[in-house]
Ligand binder design. Structure first.
Ligand SMILES: Nc1ncnc2c1ncn2[C@@H]1O[C@H](COP(=O)(O)OP(=O)(O)O)[C@@H](O)[C@H]1O
Ligand SMILES: [Mg+2]
Length: 257
């Protein structure tokens, strides 16, 4: 990692990250289904390719490329055109293949990255690595090596991870994974005044200061936008801001960091 910043281009997020991600680092984006992980990742890739002259890869284990084309088009992002101009490649693979591929001296991921001179990668999602082993320590090691492989190829990575808990709760596994990534972003649904809102928290950013407060974000027809922080609320990340156990959860979580 260097001090150089990779601007995500996501409104509001770069300020929270004090300028962006560190070059050659890996950011884990964790949240329940539908919270916006893939959107955030696609936006990072799209902005990189269109605004910052940084071609990107999308490495997917779950969605077909056409689903990304469709979802991205919804936000006005033409991924097909980017692929046609060699600014993007969507690679559909499996964790087994990708893992071995990055271990090979000249694997497919590396050769595509070189061909495009790619600087960014979205891995969607790490959750699929869980089927490689039931041993959490081995899993952590596999993911650690996989991420190092991406860094060796010169990529700055956004990696998504599904959190099955819809509101709050953070299984130990995820804290485990926090050690192998450089940055950790949590996306949450929050129920406030009978409406469901979206919240975002930067839990960790190695080698850099970052915003510590919990921000609201929205997904609009232009993608993800980070807004103001939640004022006068406690226990936001637990999903139910008023309950006491929720506050205790956030405090317990903050203590460990
Ligand atoms: N044009 C749009 N305007 C507002 N919200 C949208 C739009 N397109 C998709 N969304 C919302 O964005 C979310 C997509 O999330 P996604 O990034 O696929 O989530 P995840 O990858 O975390 O499962 C969904 O909740 C969907 O309702
Ligand atoms: Mg997704």
């Amino acid at each position: 990692m260097s001090d150089e910043r990779v601007i995500t281009g996501i409104p509001g997020l770069d300020d929270m990250l004090h300028g962006g991600l560190l070059r050659n680092s890996a950011l884990l984006v964790e949240g329940a289904p539908g919270t916006g992980k893939s959107t955030l990742g696609m936006q990072f890739i799209y902005q990189g390719a269109t605004l910052y002259d940084e071609p990107g890869l999308i490495l997917t284990f779950e969605m077909f490329p056409r689903q990304y084309y469709r979802d991205a088009a919804n936000f006005g992002w033409d991924l097909r055109a980017l692929e046609a101009s060699d600014k993007l490649r969507i690679v559909m693979s499996s964790p087994e293949v990708s893992r071995l591929d990055l271990q090979a001296v000249t694997g497919q991921i590396e050769s595509i990255a070189h061909q495009l001179q790619a600087r960014r990668v979205l891995v969607d999602s790490l959750s699929h690595f869980e089927r490689l082993t039931s041993d959490p320590i081995e899993l952590r090691q596999i993911i650690y090596e996989f991420i190092n492989g991406l860094k060796r190829v010169g990529l700055t990575a956004v990696l998504t991870r599904e959190n099955v808990a819809l509101l709050g709760e953070t299984p130990n596994m995820e804290e485990d994974l926090a050690f192998v990534v450089d940055g950790y972003l949590m996306l949450r649904y929050v129920e406030l005044s009978s409406a469901v809102r979206r919240a975002l928290l930067v839990l960790k950013l190695r080698g850099s200061d970052h915003a510590k407060d919990i921000r609201q974000f929205e997904i609009t027809s232009h993608g993800l936008e980070v807004r103001a922080k939640f004022e006068g609320q406690q226990g936001i990340m637990s999903g139910s801001p008023v309950s006491e156990p929720a506050v205790a959860f956030v405090q317990a979580f903050a203590r460990k960091k």
